[in-house]
Design a binder for this molecule. Structure first.
Ligand code: ADP
Length: 341
């Protein structure tokens, strides 16, 4: 039995062997099936004859060229890995069809957008009705009813925020998170946010150190959203402390805003994961409520402003989230669309 040959013949991946010049030397049956051409029509041809995209990396994504509409009736996206052969003048390409997987992700993102809109409208109605009741003469003076209605109002706000976050994800994925850029005083954004935050989150005192007074070109609502998010996380993940620090400074070409907590911290090996969409630290998933989307959105908003976000943390001692915003923004005032590219 020739193991290598057997693997080549029976592999689920399409395997294509090319020479140094990028011409096809050999194809396995899966590759023939994928390209849908006779073996003789594939070998001897440059590999790029059959794929659209960059094939020079060690790993990547390409599309199957579709010049014969009858043979291939849908877009086929392939993930490839490239390996050097034992003979140094040959390369092996392994292709895997990920079209279904990609389609499924698109369907989920689309669903998220639809679900978000469907949830938003009845919730807005509940909030409006609740506020109408709160204003009505029949309720005014009834302490019990007023308290209960205020609770409903606050829960509706929590739900609205969650739905907005879901819709933000769809917008980020579709490059349609519009930025409404204005010339704004950073301090006034921060002051409003801190005032709002301390009104609702009474367990933590926020100490602000902000000797700067700078104007930036930014979308004030989106920047406020980022700061609120960092403060809320700071409070949520520091149940045994009652202080949060916010430091603002100008350094070189950036305005830097740090949000510091003295909470449970993040292990060093997880620091690279926390900004990923839907990522939550597995060991504390059930002890703290959340969707694992806040930091992803926050970082995308900062990136869209031409800035960056960083984190430092020590397990058991606390975390420090910093965002940098360029002082000389290239973005001009007005409506902008976030681009992830
Ligand atoms: P969520 O808080 O909804 O889970 P985030 O995207 O805001 O989602 O955060 C992702 C993960 O990063 C959280 O699940 C949490 O484990 C960790 N994390 C975020 N902020 C902090 C913080 N200030 N202290 C400790 N862990 C944090």
């Amino acid at each position: 039995m020739h193991v290598d040959r057997d693997i080549f013949k029976n592999a689920l991946d399409a395997i294509i062997i090319v020479n140094n010049a990028g011409s096809v030397l050999e194809v396995n049956p899966t590759a023939i099936n994928l390209i849908k051409k006779r073996k003789g029509k594939i070998t001897g041809q440059p590999l790029i004859t059959f794929f659209d995209g960059d094939l020079t990396k060690e790993r990547g994504e390409v599309m199957l060229k579709n010049d014969d509409a009858k043979a291939i009736d849908k877009e086929i996206i392939l993930e490839y890995t490239k390996a050097e052969g034992t003979d140094k003048d040959k390369y092996l390409y392994f292709f895997r069809d990920i079209s279904e997987f990609k389609l499924e992700i698109k369907r989920r993102e689309h669903f998220l957008g639809i679900a978000g809109h469907e949830l938003k409208n009845p919730l807005a109605a509940i909030k409006a009705l609740d506020q109408m009741l709160l204003r009505s003469k029949k309720i005014k003076g009834d302490e019990f009813l007023e308290t209960q209605l205020k609770k409903i109002d606050s829960k509706a706000d929590t739900l609205t925020k969650l739905i907005k976050e879901l819709l933000d994800i769809t917008k980020i994925k579709h490059d349609t998170l519009g930025l409404n850029i204005k010339r704004v005083r950073f301090n006034s954004i921060l002051d409003d946010v801190v005032e709002d935050f301390t009104r609702t989150e009474t367990a933590h005192k926020v100490v602000v150190h902000n000797p700067t007074d700078v104007y930036i070109n930014a979308d004030p609502e989106r920047i406020a959203q980022v700061i609120i998010n960092l403060l809320k996380n700071g409070a949520k993940y520091s149940p045994n402390s009652d202080m949060l620090f916010v430091n603002v400074e100008k350094r070189k070409k950036y305005l830097i805003c740090e949000v510091i907590d003295f909470g449970i911290g993040i292990p060093a090996n997880e620091l690279g994961n926390i900004f990923k969409l839907y990522y939550r630290l597995p060991d504390r998933e059930y002890s703290f409520a959340g969707l694992g989307v806040g930091l992803y959105i926050a970082r995308e908003i900062i990136k869209a402003h031409g800035g960056k976000m960083k984190v430092k943390s020590e397990l058991g001692y606390g975390s420090q989230f910093n965002f940098y915003l360029p002082l000389k923004q290239k973005i001009k005032n007005g409506q902008h669309t976030i681009s992830r590219r």
